[in-house]
Design a protein. Sequence first.
Length: 516
Amino acid sequence: MERTEVTVNGVSFSAKKGECLGDILLRQGGISMPCAGNGRCGKCRVRIQGEVSEPDETERRLLSEEDRRKGIRLACRVRILGRCRAELQERKDVEVLLGGSSPGFGEADGKEDGKKEGQNLPVRPMFRHYGAAVDVGTTTLAAVLYDKSGELARAGAENPQTAFGADVISRIGKSLAGEGKLLADSLREGIRKLLQKLSEKSGICVEELDALVITGNTAMLYLLTQRNPDALSHAPFEADWLGNEWLCGKDLGLPCEGARIYLPPCISAFVGADITAAILASGLCGKGSGRMLADIGTNGEIALWKDGKLTCCSTAAGPAFEGAGLSMGMRGEEGAISHVFRIDGQMRAEVIGDTVPVGICGSGVIDAASCLLESGQMDETGYLEDGDAVIAGDVKLTQQDIRMVQLAKSAVCAGMKTMLHYAGMKTEDLKELLVAGGFGNYLRLDSAVKIGLILPLPESRITVCGNAALQGACMLLLDETKKGEAERLAACAHTVSLAADPYFQDCYMEGMLFEI
């Protein structure tokens, strides 16, 4: 096929004529396509000049006439016809939750600089000199570095695989379409850069690491290790590999080639090692019966401990809580509305970076929906009485945005209700709800309860426990005897499949409505 020259941000390289610009940029890095390049989200905007295809119907729908006049295009819709030049917007750092609290862990600041040297002392560490715990989230990566005196540094970053799609289903599809190596290489490079961040903060060379614990959901670990994820893509969704495996740094292309790497056990196809680690860290099974752990994010994973039985499920909340798929949605980065309040009958917004708002992230969307209900601008069906709702500045929520929020919040709460149902419990029987995960940490609990995202419990019975998956990975790294406990938790857990469950479906449909 004939080739041509493409220049991106001043760097030129060769590309095939007729190829999609989005595919080219994915290989080069630096672009995000939350909808996996299906032309739904409108987030892969680039400014381009030269010989390219004309805007199609999707671009005419998602881009204003003024944008198109300025040369703004959607990379996933552009075909390269000849020499061209593209400019990508510089991607800002996303806020990553690194702290939290759990038994034996104390309190830690929720952001990247919130380390506390000397805390979390090793008991029987997996490492001889230096070790790191890594949480591979669907959206973000987080890591902590230790030596035998305690914690040395923390760091976080965006998961580079978000460029291939905001959710794991999109990425599994990409892998099955022949892009498995590209996905694995992308994630491994992301981990390498994260370890380099730890190195720069601590003065310890990455090559000096001799042990790592890497946790994540089942799909993330499949993609990291470049396994064929076909078993995760169709019913009966029974994984043919569930982690609990030792690798070495060389296996993952990391600079610490000789380091031992432990991947904790997953529970099932969609209840991963991250939840095993979170259960371990939260002490869910050690404080009496009637307690629930919910990791709220793109994949809503829920665990219930009752009468010595551990039951889990996964409910696909989708990427709305990460800002993807919303008309002005974005991750938790500078310019994102993170919280919304009603003061003297008016909406007031809190913006990350204390700057002009350019979009809204998940926690802001939840607050905004709550405020719209409170003000009467939105009814119980989610209908916006006055059309698009302006939140702050030029940032607004559309009717379609509200529908996405309804789908996501209903999926999470219906999962919780289904778990209680099969345990013979009612909401009031629940002694404690532990809310984990980066998104959960930034939630205002009153807003989450008001819109029906979480169960209507008194705030005294809801505990926000931060990045419990990372905390669990740290526990494993610092005390190798915890490995046996993690194995026992994963082995004894029973997974409830919600896909065709009639009770879940009933709760899901009911949960689409808001309570006024």
